[in-house]
Ligand binder design. Structure first.
Ligand code: NAD
Ligand code: DAU
Length: 343
């Protein structure tokens, strides 16, 4: 099988490429990535010489880049490429529309033209909006109700997928997953930001009261879910990917503090994220029942492994935090407060 992975230099894309090359050494992988701030080829150092792996630098929103990566044709496109950080989308939505909507459309056009056999769209539970408590769950057919420019852009891309299937029978599958965590996650997201701040002796900014909750999936469980969807999923279908492991931000914060031997005095409660979704809770029964998948990693065990990885890989995140990321946050934290009328 020849697979085009887009956004393969990012957090989950790079973990997925490594997973596939290990499990199916005969498969060919082409990685098309624009190398935005979140794309990091260091994530793939160990596979870059693998003869079954090719990297192409390019933009999923440019048809000529997509054609160059597809070459003579691929069996499947797996679209991991996206602008992914909610806070960045609040500050500056434009890139989210370009990549998450227009980029998805460009890939769908390539599939519609027969250059790829089918497409798997990697999307998020955030398109459904929020739940107030974990007894309400998002089903595959829950109405979209996105809160941020990020989730609205992902919803736009997903709606193009279902429209292409209905109108042109373009073979596409959409997935909606809960929050990912694990090694190589860019240190702007909750778990890696808090772990690395504490390792640097810095405080950790909890938004609002920290009572919001998320549902968490470890990288390897998400890779296994995409593996079964890729091989056994039905085109035109939507699959939720969830674990029912739901934790409040404060519970996670306290676990990270405990693991790093630090106290709650390191918490700084800061102004809440505007439009902050209170909770996400995914119903994964369809994937479990129809494709025989279930999560294997318990949150406490996955979190411990993740924190250990950040402890042992300072080199990886220090380069990020001392460069573009630092400049971005220094520039935007004051601008964010001004723009959003926050104190
Ligand atoms: P990430 O931010 O770590 O990486 C995104 C990658 O996409 C980067 O390598 C970046 O360079 C690349 N990219 C961005 N714009 C591009 C473009 N126009 N053309 C080509 N490449 C481009 O992402 P992640 O957190 O691993 O998320 C991967 C996917 O999973 C995204 O589609 C995201 O919406 C979805 N998702 C993420 C989570 C999560 O918790 N992180 C949960 C559910 C779904
Ligand atoms: O649900 C899936 C989504 O999960 C993905 O689609 C997104 O790409 C991914 O970024 C993630 O979105 P969240 O907004 O849930 O992730 P984030 O790590 O930004 O925040 C997790 C929670 O922690 C959220 O309630 C906000 C809070 N938070 C986050 C940061 C960065 C803080 O309290 N302080 C922080 O500094």
């Amino acid at each position: 099988m020849k697979i085009l992975v887009t956004g393969g230099a990012g957090f989950m894309g790079s973990n997925f490429i490594r997973y596939i090359l290990e499990k199916y050494p005969e498969y060919e992988i082409v990685n098309l990535d624009k190398l935005t701030y979140a794309g990091n080829l260091e994530n793939l150092r160990d596979v870059e010489k693998n003869p079954h792996y090719t990297f192409v630098k390019g933009d999923i929103a440019k048809a000529e880049d997509v054609d160059r990566a597809i070459g003579e044709g691929v069996d499947v496109v797996i679209n991991y490429a996206a602008e992914t950080h909610v806070d960045r989308s609040i500050l500056d939505p434009r890139a989210f529309l370009d990549t998450d909507i227009y980029g998805t459309y460009t890939l769908l056009e390539a599939v519609r033209a027969g250059k790829a056999g089918r497409m798997v769209q990697i999307s998020t539970d955030e398109v459904f909006g929020m739940v107030h408590d974990a007894k309400e769950e998002f089903a595959e057919d829950t109405r979209f109700d996105p809160s941020s420019p990020y989730s609205a852009s992902k919803a736009g891309g997903d709606l193009m997928c279902s429209a292409y299937f209905r109108t042109y029978q373009t073979p596409v599958i959409v997935t909606h997953s809960c929050n990912f965590y694990g090694p190589n996650q860019y240190p702007e997201k909750l778990i890696p930001l808090f772990a690395t701040n504490l390792l640097e002796g810095k405080k950790i900014p909890v938004y609002g009261k920290g009572d919001q909750f998320r549902e968490w999936i470890f990288v390897s469980d998400h890779c296994r879910a995409i593996d079964v969807i890729l091989h056994k999923g039905t085109v035109g279908e939507v699959y939720n990917i969830g674990t029912r492991q739901r934790k409040s931000n404060l519970e996670i914060t306290k676990s990270i503090l405990r693991q790093l031997g630090q106290g709650e005095d390191m918490i700084e409660y800061v102004t809440d994220r505007p439009g902050h979704d209170f909770g996400y809770a995914v119903n994964p029964d369809k994937l479990m029942r129809e494709l025989d998948w279930k999560p294997e990693v318990d949150f406490a065990e996955g979190l411990a492994q993740t924190i250990d990885w950040y402890k042992n890989n300072e080199d990886w995140w220090e380069k990020i935090k001392s460069g573009e990321y630092r400049d971005y946050f220094e520039k935007n934290y004051s601008r964010r407060n001004e723009l959003l009328n926050l104190k």
